[in-house]
Design a protein around this ligand. Structure first.
Ligand code: SF4
Ligand code: SF4
Length: 473
């Protein structure tokens, strides 16, 4: 038998052929047959099904399994993992390690509630120097091979604390673009609290993508993301969004962290939709977030809410308004592409790197200041031996992932979740992260199975138009 996975979601019975990366909505008989075959021989399975189904229907279902390669004389060929060395495509530029908020789960504080100027990042606090930033851009440029477009993401801390540097880097990138022809896609991830008319003008005039961190309605957001004096930041963030929308910007993605005890994602989803966000990237707080880290029980609750969101998505996809709920939409897109396997979850350490204010490179912002994951520096360049695991530990090479039915759609999960939970890149955070990812992938297949062909084109459009480049895989 081929490797397959049977499940039910959104009232449908679905079976995934793992190696073909192809799923089928099946009738009760085929579903029962495949479920029974998971632990019985064909002879036993047919015998047990004869109590409920006609022999000729069972024979027909078995014929279909042969035709679709669930049954085969020869083993499915081993896939060729993608391990080629990629050029750099994205630089996360931490223009400051400082922040004006004191978020409950800040990984910069490594689980401590007192995040004094984010000094606990493990990297030095404070702004990035101009020279460091420009050298970072040059490094990205020089190592981007033949790519026609490269991405710079202004990260922090809160990047707008160093607005002057953002302006200088932007001007530098645009000048480089004019001289050399390679284009820069610029974006910023901001907490939205330092975002007035001037900032709106700046991002619009310079075509800079803006992702705003917001955790939901005021009660949830303010509990998670207070200022340092303990007061809530919701109303300031809501004003920033209003300014952006008023300026004519159509797409504003939200970045939402879900902390232990307040995983009210359905309410958050509807609230963000009503506010005018067009996309939401949900991040469960995992290890490194101290007492905000989600537990297994939180994940059960979160999964139940994702099912509701999936149902809402199917119901409203034709009429809109819609919200690109990234956790599902990325998999809706991924599971539509037949025979295409993902060997990695994200580009961290491969096409994507992060530059600290000290001039050190890390695989992505989540590793900032974790010296054991430092992969190089502006002075020494990138140490390929440190970067290699991010390329070579693809899903077929990782002990837990290679036995997981979801591997070619998942790609192996977030490296930082693995490192935070298990202290190693090799082993994913099964209890929390994997359970959520697997159900998201099942729901995504069920969404696809529920949609008409024309609806699926709408989904593709949502994904393409509203996902910041660095969030795409
Ligand atoms: S769900 Fe978990 S075990 Fe499965 S491929 Fe993803 S990270 Fe690996
Ligand atoms: S998924 Fe995880 S490892 Fe990858 S870029 Fe995002 S935070 Fe970093």
């Amino acid at each position: 038998m081929a490797e397959y996975h049977c499940f039910q979601a959104l009232g449908l019975r679905i079976v995934l052929h793992v190696d073909r990366c192809l799923f089928y909505e099946v009738n009760n008989l085929t579903f029962d047959l495949l479920c029974t075959l998971q632990n019985r021989s064909m002879e036993d399975a047919v015998l047990s099904l004869l109590r409920r189904y006609h022999k000729q229907d069972i024979d027909h279902a078995v014929d279909n399994l042969w035709r679709e390669d669930f049954l085969s004389e020869t083993p499915w060929p081993q896939p060729q993992p993608e391990t080629v060395k990629r050029p750099l495509s994205t630089l996360e530029l931490c223009v400051t390690h400082g922040c004006n908020l004191a978020c409950r789960y800040c990984y910069g504080a490594h689980g401590h509630s007192e995040c004094e100027s984010c000094v606990l990042y493990g990297a030095q606090a404070g702004p990035m120097a101009r020279e460091t930033a420009m050298r970072g851009v040059n490094f990205l440029y020089a190592n981007s091979g033949r790519l026609k477009t490269i991405n710079v993401v202004f990260f922090g801390g809160e990047p707008f604390l160093n607005f002057e540097l953002m302006k200088e880097v932007t001007a530098y990138c645009r000048e480089k673009e004019r001289q050399n022809g390679k284009s820069f896609d610029l974006s910023v991830v901001t907490n939205g609290t330092l975002f007035g008319e001037e900032q709106v003008r700046f991002v619009n005039e310079n075509r800079i993508g803006v992702q705003i961190s917001i955790d939901g309605p005021p009660d949830i957001h303010d509990a998670n993301r207070p200022y340092r004096d303990g007061s809530g930041s919701y109303s300031t963030v809501a004003s920033a969004l209003a300014l952006l929308r008023k300026s004519g910007r159509r797409h504003v993605p939200a970045r939402t962290s879900v902390a232990s005890g307040n995983a009210d994602t359905m309410r958050t989803f509807l609230h963000l939709l009503e506010m005018g966000f067009t996309s939401v990237h949900i991040e469960p707080c995992l290890a490194q977030s101290g007492n905000a880290a989600m537990t297994s029980a939180d994940i059960d609750h979160l999964i139940a809410q994702e099912e509701e969101i999936a149902g809402h998505f199917v119901k409203h996809i034709r009429a809109g308004p819609y919200l690109n709920y990234h956790g599902l939409v990325r998999h809706v897109r991924g599971t539509r592409v037949v025979h295409q396997r993902r060997f990695h979850y994200c580009g961290a350490g491969r096409g994507l790197i992060c530059l600290s204010n000290e001039g050190d490179f890390y695989p992505c912002h989540r590793f900032l200041g974790m010296k054991e994951y430092r992969i190089g520096s502006l002075d020494a360049g990138i140490d390929d031996s440190k970067r290699e695991p991010f390329r070579m530990l693809h899903v077929d090479a990782r002990p837990v992932c290679r036995d997981c039915w979801a591997r070619y759609f998942c790609g192996g999960g977030c490296w930082s979740h693995a490192a935070g939970a298990n202290g190693t890149l090799e082993t994913p955070d099964e209890e929390v992260s994997c359970r959520l990812i697997r159900r998201q992938i099942e729901l995504a297949m069920a969404i696809n199975a529920s949609l008409r062909v024309s609806d699926r084109a709408i989904v593709q459009g949502i994904y393409e138009s509203e996902t910041l480049p660095y969030l795409k895989e």
